[in-house]
Ligand binder design. Sequence first.
Ligand code: 4AD
Ligand code: MG
Length: 466
Amino acid sequence: MYISWHRIFKHYPYFSFWYPKRLYLQPELKLQVEKMAEERFTNIKEILDGQHTGKEIGIRGWVHRTRNIGKMVFLNVRDPTGVVQAMVSSDAVESFEEVKALLVESSVKLQGEVIEDKRAPGGFEIRVSDIEIVHAADVFPIQEDQSVEHLLENRHLWLRSTYMRDILTVRSTVFGAIHEYFRDNGYKEFQSPILTPLACEGGSTLFPVDYFDDEVYLAQSWQLYAEAAIFGLGNIYTIAPSFRAEKSRTSRHLTEYWHAEVEAPWLQFDELLELAEGMVCHVTKKVLEQDADEIKNLREGDIEYLEKVKPPFHRITYEEAISILQKSGMDVEYGADLGTPHERELTKIYDKPVFVTHYPKEIKAFYMKRAEDDSKVLGFDLLVPNVGELIGGSERETSIDSLEERLKEEDEDTSIYSWFLDTRRYGSVPHAGFGLGVERLVMWLCDLEHIRDAIPFPRTPSRYRP
Ligand code: 4AD
Ligand code: MG
C-alpha cells in the first residue's frame, strides 16, 4: 500500500494533523504548530478558484455525495464555502473500506493533491492521500425532493443546504449593511423592551404574555419607546425582533420577525423618504458587491432590477395608486387598505421601488401626523416586487388632542399611553421614523417564494418548532 507520508512531510515537516500533538509538544512549539495546523486547511472556494492547483492541501467538511466504483470512491465534500470532488482510491488510503461505507453528512478531514479536471463538478479534484473520518453519520433524514413540511420539520438539518446557506449569507450581509448605513449617518443604536403593556400597531395582532397576574404583550414595534428616547439621544435606530399574532397565513407574514426601525427629531416627511431610499440602496449595493454568487444562484442570474435600485424611487399618493389600480381592472375602492395583490400590481408598473404616500387616516396607525388635507396622513409604504410593503413609516402627530382622539377611535385605553403622551407635553418637536421588515428585504433581494426561508427558524401561525 502506498501511503504518501513523504508528501505530507515535504510541506509540513513537523507533524501530521491528526497526531495528538498536545501530548508531547512544548508550549511555544505547540503554539507555532497549531498556527500551522490552522493554515493547513484551505477553504474549498480557494480550490475552486484555482489557487491550489498542483499543490498538496488539507480540507475539512462534510460528505455531500458519495459514489463508489470498485476500487475508487468519489466523495463530494462540502464546507461553508463550496463543494469539491475528492477521489479516494483503495491503494492510497488505509481506511478505504470505512470511507466506502460513509453516508452523506459524515464529517471528514482529508489531505491530497489538487488536480484540474474538467469532468469534476467545479473543475477540480483532490487525489486523496490521507483521510480522517471525524464522525460517520447516521442515515440523513433529508433526501432529494422532499416536501416543504418535511424540510421545515428538519429545519435544523436543512440549514446545511446550499440554498439556505446562500440565503443566510445574504441575510448576514443585510444586517451588517443596515447597521453600517445608520451608524455612518450618525445614528445611535437604542433598545426598547420586548415585554410591553401597550399596542403600537393596533390590538388585533398582539401576543399576550402572562406577566405574573397581569397581561402584557410581546412588542409589535420599538417605535413608541424610541419616540421618548430621541429627546435625549437624537437620531436613533435598532434591529430587533417584533411580534405579530397574524392569523392570516400569507407568504409575507411571520409571527416573529426582525424589525429595523429608525426615529429622528426634526426630520420631515421628504427627508424621511430619502433616508428610507438611501438605506434600501445601500443594502442592495452591498449585497450585490459582497454576495454576487449567492444572489445569482438564488435569482437564477436575474439581477437587472437590483442593479437599477438607485435614488430617486417613484413616489405616488394613495389616491393615485387607487386610480392606477382601478384603471388596470382591479376591484378596489378609495378608503380600502391596499392588499398584497394591489401592492404587487403597483410594483409591476415601475422599474424601481415605489413610495405610496398620503393614505386616509382611518387605515393607518394612530400616531401618524395629519397632512394638510386632514383626512390623510403624512405616512408612506415603500413597495417592492414580489413582496409589496417593505417599509412603513410616517411623520409623527405632535398634537395630544389628535392622538387621544385617534386612540379612542381605536378603542384603546388612553391611560396606558399617558407616559407616551408626555413626549408631547415637555418640549414636543416634529419627528419622524420608519420600520422595515428585514425578512421582507431578504425575500425581495433573494426572490424567495415565501418569507419563511428568509429566517433560520421561522415562526408562523402553524409552526413554532424546531
Ligand atoms: O408597517 P408596520 O406595522 O409599522 C410599524 O410597526 C411602525 N411602528 C414602524 C415605525 O414607523 N417605526 O411594520 C413595519 C414593517 C412592514 O413594512 C413590514 O416590512 C414589516 O414591518 N412587517 C412584517 N414582516 C414580517 N411579518 C410580519 N407579520 C410583519 N408585519 C410587519
Ligand atoms: Mg404597515
